[in-house]
Design a protein around this ligand. Sequence first.
Ligand code: PEP
Ligand code: MN
Length: 348
Amino acid sequence: MIVIMRSSATQEHIDTVLERLQEHDLKGHIIHGEERMIVGVIGAFIPPALREDMERFPGVQETMRVTRPYKLTGREMHPHDTIVDVSGIKVGGGDCVVIAGPCAVESEAQIMTTAYAVREAGATMLRGGAFKPRSSPYTFRGLGKLGLELLAQARAATGLPVVTEVMTPTDVDLVAQYADLLQIGARNMQNYQLLEEVGRTGKPVLLKRGMSATFDEWLLSAEYIVAQGNPNVILCERGIRTFETATRNTMDLNAVALAKRRSHLPVIADPSHGTGKWYLVQPLALAALAAGADGLAIEVHPDPDRARSDGGQSLTLENFAALMPRLAAVTASVGKRVAAAAMQDIRL
Ligand code: PEP
Ligand code: MN
């Protein structure tokens, strides 16, 4: 349920609403609309009589049922777009962000070369995994803390905010010290303790859709983070498993457009994992922006043939540089721009 307050409502009127909710073990989330204040009501059971009662409270204009299961992340309670600020870069505010970098941080030379090159080409943020979730325990699982330190070095040199994955609740404090944007990977989308832990940090979170997660499950996972008082969530479609095996995953652009419609959170797309093939990254990147995505996450490696993970879907530095003007053309056609890098004063 949402309680729409009158524009003349006083603090006392709002407090009365909140107190009554508390009596019913319900929580009230205050949402500041453009003209009016809305109280979003969260709880397991909202007695129907309470809704009618509240309509008679002073300061209350009307109440409405919220039909979707995702209350805080849906547009019903929160009609206006959320803009997530990642160390000065606004995600969801109209400009498209381009997050670029290797699947995994492998060495100082690899991450620094990539960071300078993607920055030069116009990327907005740098990505790179330090803790890698791998299907096989015998493959490269990341440099751990050293990887985080190398990302910090790359950020200091280029001014690009860094995005990196955190896999366990116990690593959240460590990773949060280095990351500007905490990535929750597809395999952890339903690790609810991890979601709550990143929620408690208040830091921006990039929530990737699980490879077998439905649209509603994805938004409900975002709900776990926002329910901890952290509204800074960016949704990321990265392809889902279907019967199709010709590509690594099936990039669900329906979900991108639907997420923009149903949720106020920014939505980005990852055509690298979405397709698994470097030569499909460009067409799907363009398509995702045309479908309304607020940005992209793209894997880029100086030598994809020798990459320790996801080489087959990684762009070379040259291919990434060639892609950027094409992205700009599509963003312009939908009335947007590619966001500039945050710290322009850093000279390359
Ligand atoms: C990644 O971003 O490198 C990654 C592991 O992605 P996903 O969780 O989408 O598979
Ligand atoms: Mn990867």
